[in-house]
Design a protein around this ligand. Structure first.
Ligand SMILES: [Zn+2]
Length: 245
């Protein structure tokens, strides 16, 4: 793989009007200090997701699940966007990127300035009350660990992320499917997009005639479907792409 040649090919396609959509995953936020939950030092190494991240577990014993949530919030709510997040915001500003579909729950795309962000798995930057369903910015609600935060209505707050056993928000599914069928290029960043239903997004884009481009550390199961690949961490590859445009 010749990095510069791949980069030039992607850049000239984008400049020629091949409007792009990005699909991002854990890899883009690693350099913001958020390890992939599924990696060795990740959250799921210490908290079995089947015990701590299912909606049934939350309803049964919210206080126990909040042990995990307090730790997750500690990492995620203090994180700052990195050069890769800023690069995508810059591409959108220049009219070269239509939207970011993210599997991440860290809210870093919005903090970097991206406007059209589809949060496939929700966001830890918000809390949702399980009783009245109101949503509030997570940072506005006081915490008294180990007690879960409580809404004014008396209901228990849950981070507004998609727990196992919960459906992907229908608006996110609809928006992702719209962009998959309307983009000319899908930039897949920091994800092997193996987990369904997010895994269906690149396949749908390909089926609709879009070019798939991958920016990952190395080859993934998606590589065979991609017209171009740039290898490296997202903080390297995305600023290089912006520079090539
Ligand atoms: Zn409430």
């Amino acid at each position: 793989m010749d990095f510069d040649r791949e980069l030039d090919a992607i850049a000239s396609y984008m400049k020629s009007g091949g409007k792009a959509v990005a699909l991002t995953g854990a890899g883009i936020s690693v350099d913001s200090g958020i390890p992939d939950f599924r990696s060795e030092g990740g959250l799921w190494a210490r908290f079995d997701p089947m015990e701590y991240a299912t909606i049934d577990a939350f309803r049964r014993d919210p206080k126990r699940v909040w042990e995990m949530v307090f730790e997750l919030e500690e990492t995620v709510l203090n994180a700052r966007p990195n050069e890769a997040h800023y690069a995508l915001a810059e591409l959108e500003k220049r009219g070269l990127l239509e939207a970011v579909i993210t599997q991440n729950i860290d809210g870093l795309h919005q903090l970097a300035g991206s406007r059209e962000v589809i949060e496939f798995h929700g966001s830890a930057a918000r809390l949702v009350c399980l009783r009245c369903e109101s949503r509030v910015p997570a940072k506005e609600i006081a915490r008294c660990p180990p007690e879960p935060p409580i809404c004014r209505c008396g209901g228990i707050y849950k981070p507004d992320i998609v727990f196992f056993g919960e459906a992907i928000p229908p608006a996110a599914v609809a928006a992702a499917s719209y962009w998959a069928s309307h983009c000319r290029l899908m930039l897949i960043i920091g994800t092997s997009a193996l987990v369904s239903p997010a895994s269906e997004i690149p396949v749908a884009a390909l089926g609709a005639g879009a070019l798939l481009v991958e920016a990952n550390l190395g080859p993934t199961p998606l590589s065979a479907l991609c017209a171009h690949r740039i290898e490296g961490s997202a903080v390297t590859t995305l600023p290089a792409l912006v520079a090539a445009l």
